[in-house]
Design a protein around this ligand. Sequence first.
Ligand SMILES: [Mg+2]
Length: 208
Amino acid sequence: MPKGPIENIVFDLGNTLVYFDFCYFYDRVALHEKNLNARKFKNFVLNNKYDLKITRGTITIKDLFRILKRKFKLKIGYSDFLFFYSDIFWVNTSMKTFVEKIARIKRFKIFLLSNTDSAHINFIDRNFPFVRLLRKRVLSYKVKLNKPQKKIFQLIIHKYRLDPSKTLLIDDMKDNVVASESLGIKAIHYKNHKAFLKQFSRLNKTAD
Ligand SMILES: [Mg+2]
């Protein structure tokens, strides 16, 4: 692992700062539509990779609404659809506490690097205000790249002029950890908070 003190902390969003489950979306739409099978609905979205296309910015949430409305003859309106699509998150309270603490420490600069879309990030900023502490961001749908593509890690490094060896990524996806480490970025694979805190303090100690 590259040496040097940590100056920059790059946070992942989903299943790191906030947990999520897309089933809330599929189930709630199905609940409001008489003849919709939640499983078929879900499979259609996943088989066509619409979830990925949205975070890559190749389609918008409004496009997805139109596609699904046509395919499944949905009766719900766009605003309900948008709310069901967005209301799938709950806070990781331990991470909330950690971010609030880290944000007060001057020697750290904090960043958000997320595979997300405009509906989700707006919902999260509104409902989980601690995420707004991370004002420096690279969001997949805006840059049309997704983690674990190396280009998105290179992009955040260049955009904010970060020294990779002084930069730490915290992310629940192993692929993202591997990709960032291949570029000389330090990374912690976020699995549970206790293990994370241990790894973080060890990294911080060896760096000092
Ligand atoms: Mg994640």
